[in-house]
Design a binder for this molecule. Structure first.
Ligand code: GLU
Length: 304
């Protein structure tokens, strides 16, 4: 498969079809990002690399980090994790409060804010220094010690995160948050602020295409069965209330973030990261979505 040729052709196609959508503005620090940036990086499980455009420019990965916090909590707790957070698609926006009342404080899945906040609470209990230990985990996944939080983004989220504070307090009222709310939220805002290039994101994600093993240092992070489950959760819950549409059009497990990133995997084959900051009404990157649809159509490869 000539991935570079298909990436190049698809990239040019997408560039010529305009750039509709809007950057996320509810986090002030994200509102100032140039919407015309557009990068792609694909890494195979044999460590072959292909890229196009702004693939070496760092961006805020936002909710894509929820996959890493889930992997870390799952590695520590195993199936006991599912007592605290469910694995059902929510069909609601990422920051919705409404289902929590009905579901008595058990978030629908770990990919929405409510679920990720509960995962942050679990990690706060399990880890000595959650922010430091989580960053170390992500650095091990990527084999890259330079990956870091973006403090300006974390502060910007903290200053405006009233809805996340509401979610945390609401969940706490049902007893599903055990630690101090401010500590849990501070950890959550840092996790969302992780900054990576497309190359770094694809490298960090590739263990999910490789049966749970990183390519760097050949470390086992998850068993093949655990890896399958994380990929299944991404497939059903990874794109806010547009997960069905993404699966229908692209056919790969993946996760998006409001910074305009999307990371996806073709199990046993590759991981791919795309970044283009203009978002559709559901909070997903317009060009990222379109790129992946055309890419999987051209390669003829998807999990189906
Ligand atoms: N930090 C963002 C928030 O909590 C994450 C949103 C996202 O990327 O889905 O609002």
């Amino acid at each position: 498969m000539n991935y570079q040729k298909i990436i190049d052709e698809t990239y040019v196609d997408i560039l010529s079809s305009g750039n509709p959508g809007k950057v996320a503005t509810y986090i002030p620090e994200l509102g100032g990002v140039n919407p015309d940036q557009f990068g792609v990086h694909l890494i195979t499980v044999n460590n072959e690399n292909y890229s196009a455009g702004d693939s070496e420019t760092p961006f805020s990965i936002q909710s894509i980090a929820k996959v890493f916090s889930l992997a870390m909590a799952y590695k520590h707790l195993g199936a006991k994790l599912w007592d605290r957070v469910d694995v059902e698609p929510s069909g609601n926006p990422f920051n919705s409060l409404v289902q929590l009342e009905h579901d008595e404080g058990i978030p629908r899945n770990p990919m929405i804010n409510a679920g990720a906040i509960v995962i942050c609470d679990i990690l706060t209990t399990l880890l000595d220094e959650p922010k430091r230990d989580f960053l170390e985990f992500v650095r091990q996944l990527s084999g890259n010690n330079s990956i870091n939080y973006d403090r300006n983004v974390a502060e910007s989220e903290d200053a405006t995160g009233f809805r996340n504070a509401a979610l945390a307090n609401f969940i706490r009222s049902f007893g599903n948050i055990k630690n101090d709310i401010d500590v849990v939220l501070d950890f959550y805002f840092h996790l969302c602020s992780l900054s990576m290039t497309c190359r770094e994101l694809a490298e960090t994600f590739v263990f999910l295409a490789n049966n749970g093993r990183t390519l760097f240092g050949d470390r086992r992070v998850l068993t093949p069965s655990e890896t399958k489950r994380i990929n299944a959760i991404m497939l059903t819950c990874g794109f806010y209330d547009e997960a069905g549409e993404f699966t229908y059009r692209v056919g790969l497990p993946g996760k998006s973030g409001v910074g305009g990133g999307i990371a996806a995997v073709q199990p046993l084959s590759y991981s791919i990261a795309i970044w283009s900051p203009s978002l559709n009404a559901h909070g997903n990157s317009v060009r990222g979505f379109e790129f992946l649809e055309r890419f999987t159509t051209r390669t003829g490869e998807s999990i189906f």
